[in-house]
Each structure stands twice: as C-alpha cells, then as structure tokens.
Design a protein around this ligand. Structure first.
Ligand code: FAD
Length: 369
C-alpha cells in the first residue's frame, strides 16, 4: 500500500458505519497509515428524512433470503450472530431487544428455511390458529432501535475515523478542493460506496437498477408490548412481495407498526389513509396492541391516543439485490483508486449489515494485496 493515502467511505447509514467499524478493527489495518474518512449528506442525529433509510427503519431481524440465495442467507445469519453476541454482552442498552417473534402466513403454507436457524424455532399447531391464517411459526429474534445503535457505532469509531457532512456529486470530485480540504490532498487509496438510494444519482456510479421502495410506518408508545408479530399475505418468495403487517417493539416502549412497500414511489410524506390502514391491520394481527387503559371517545380510534408519529422512508432497493463487488477502477490524475460497492440493501440493510460489511472489507483487502 502507498503510505498516507486515505480510504473514503461514502455514506453514514448502517451500511457505511458498519463497514467503517470492520475496516478500522480489521487485523493489521493501521488507520494512521491510511486515514479513514466518511463523507455523508446525512448523519445519525439529523432530523428524520425519507432519504436516510437507516433512521426510519423498524427495525427487526426477519430475513427475506430465498432458500437458494446463499449470499443473502450468509449475510443475514452472520448479522444475527454478531447482534446476538452484542445483546448477550451488553443487554438492551446496545439498542437491541431479544424477543419472541410470531409470523402468520395467509395464502401460503410455507416459510423461508433461514428462520429454522433461529433459536426456539417452532411451527405452530394449525388447530390453534384463526381460520384466516394458513401457517404460522415462532422463533427468537432481535429488534434494533436505530438512533441508539447508530450512536453506539459512532462512539466505536471515535478517534479512528473522521466524519464529514459533505455531498459528493461524483466520484471524480474526490479531488475537488472542497473535498481535499477535508480528506487531504493525496488521492484516496480506496472508496467504499455505501450511499444507499444515493447510488442512483452519485456521478460515476449512477446505478439505474437502484429504486426506492417507499415504506410508511407508525410509531406508538406501547411499553406493554414485548413480542414481535408479523402477517405476510401472499408469498415472500425470497423477495419483498405481498402485503406485510408488522409490530416491532423497542426497549424504550416505542413500537413501530407497519407497513407498506411501494416500489418506485418517491412521495416523502405520510398519507393519512395509509396510517389508518396500518393501524387497522396492526389491531387485526395483535388485538392486545390496544392500550389496556383505553378510554377513547367516539371520534378517536383506540390507537390514536398512543400514536407518537408517522414516518416515511425509501428503502434502497436494487434489481438483482445488493451490489457488493469491486467496481471499475477510478483514476484521479494518474492515481488508481479502488472502488468497492456496498449498496442496494432494500428492506434488509439492518439485518444484513455486519455480513456485508465483512465481505466488503475482505474484498478491499484482497483487491489491494
Ligand atoms: C420503513 C422502513 C422499514 C425498514 N425496516 C427494516 C427492517 O425491519 N429490517 C431491516 O433489515 N431493514 C429495514 N429497512 C431497510 C433499511 O433501513 C435499509 O436497508 C438500510 O437502512 C440501508 O442502509 P444504507 O446505509 O445503505 O442507506 P441509508 O441509511 O439511506 O444511508 C445512506 C447514506 O449515504 C449518504 N449519501 C447518499 N448519497 C450521497 C452523496 N452523493 N454524497 C454524500 N453522502 C451520500 C446519505 O447521506 C446517508 O448517510 C427498512 C426501511 C424502511 C424505510
């Protein structure tokens, strides 16, 4: 490696931050030799924004990996393992909550094989289910509170990585003086593209396979809920199809209920009729969501009194799934910059982040050796 050339990570969502952690903590990596910089439009404690998916997400670990999708299964399983260890060592202050997850299926009698790897996996007895449910399973899983988790990653990077709010319009602008003022005048040795939905417009990437899958969710205050519930109508089919309703509790008593999956929909604000529909579906799958003390009037639904907010985000989806590979070489002047892509995580960025971060860092280290 040529000395002092920085390594740049574009993006400070869950993908950019886990990639940064794995890079600076990898054996033999010396950040004084190769300073690491994150460049990002959005940073973890910003006001919520649909274009910053990591802060809008539920989030729970519920894989969509098709049985034959070896890579996605590996990334999701590895992430569960890492997060489970974090929870075991640090409890709920890590931003993680361990819980019993129940999945109801309508219109299919099948579940994804990956769920069988979870602790306490059980197929529920059909005779105990309502007639509208065709199949049901339960297992142990995890939920994540994005703000807590992302801030913990920031603390892990303190003193090792410099983080800059900076909009990079094109990879070739890495040697523009507004950028070299932040990262130094030596051309980067390597760049990780962890730009989420930004990979669609970032010059030098402009991946036309990237598209938003709009998600609207409702945040409730319901500390009596300590288990996760999901109803899938229609086949998941290893993707994100069908209609999915979910209830995701967090350790602080907040509960995220959702959701929607509107492909190609860039509307960044809540739609009131969607909020009503989400609350109706949530009550159908878990009636205990209604406050035990509910005293609603005729004009309010029993959930209105515990609604804290409605959030909208764009899942960074991609035709063909996650892009994790070495990109075309970039030349800044005469210097070659290795480009590693790690984006396009769709609705699965939280549950696959550590798996993809480790593969992205390995890919770089191999490319440089
Ligand atoms: C409603 C909803 C629910 C979800 N639920 C779950 C769930 O339960 N489980 C799960 O695993 N996933 C879930 N997801 C998906 C998950 O949130 C995403 O897959 C994940 O956040 C993607 O992370 P990211 O870091 O790639 O993108 P983001 O979090 O969007 O971050 C992108 C980063 O790149 C920066 N950036 C982009 N372009 C540029 C540029 N040109 N210059 C500088 N910076 C740039 C941005 O500023 C930002 O810092 C959900 C998403 C939504 C919207």
């Amino acid at each position: 490696m040529t000395s002092s050339r920085p390594i740049v990570i574009i993006g400070a969502g869950i993908i950019g931050l886990t990639t940064a952690v794995r890079l600076v903590e990898s054996e033999g990596f010396d950040s004084s030799e190769h300073p690491v910089h994150i460049l990002a439009d959005h940073l973890p404690n910003d006001p919520l924004d649909a274009y910053y998916a990591s802060t809008i997400a539920g989030a729970h670990h519920l894989s969509f990996a098709a049985d034959e999708d070896v890579n996605q299964r590996k990334w999701d399983s590895r992430t569960f393992q890492v997060m489970h260890d974090e929870w075991k060592n640090g409890g709920e202050k890590t931003g993680l909550m361990l819980l019993k997850q129940t999945e109801f299926y309508v219109g299919t009698d099948n579940h994804l094989k990956i769920y069988e790897e979870h602790p306490e996996f059980t197929v529920l007895d059909q005779s105990t289910l309502s007639n509208s449910i065709d199949h049901s399973i339960s297992f142990t899983s995890l939920t994540m509170t994005p703000a807590v988790y992302l801030n913990r990653l920031l603390r892990r990077l303190e003193g090792k990585v410099q983080i800059h709010r900076y909009h990079l319009s094109s990879l070739t602008n890495l040697n523009h003086s507004s950028c070299t003022a932040l990262i130094g005048i030596s051309s980067p040795l390597a760049v990780f593209v962890c730009a989420g939905i930004g990979a669609l417009t970032l010059g030098g990437v402009e991946d036309q396979d990237v598209f938003p899958t709009r998600g609207q969710v409702v945040k409730l205050k319901a500390p009596w809920i300590r288990s996760g519930w999901t109803r899938q109508v229609g086949s998941l089919d290893g993707g994100e199809g069908g209609e999915r309703t979910y209830i995701i509790p967090r350790p602080d008593g907040d509960v995220i209920v959702g959701g929607t999956r509107e492909q190609g929909d860039w509307y960044p604000y809540p739609r009131p009729e969607t909020t009503t529909d989400i609350l109706r579906r949530a009550r159908e799958i878990f009636p205990e969501i209604i406050p035990p003390y509910s005293v609603h009037s005729d004009t309010l639904s029993p959930l209105d009194e515990i609604v804290e907010g409605v959030l909208v985000g764009f899942r960074p989806s991609r035709v063909g799934g996650i892009r994790l590979e070495v990109g075309e070489d970039l030349y800044l002047g005469n210097e070659k910059v290795t480009v590693i892509h790690n984006y396009g995580h769709g609705g699965a960025g939280w549950q696959s982040c550590w798996g993809t971060a480790e593969d992205a860092v390995d890919t770089l280290l191999k490319a440089l050796s």
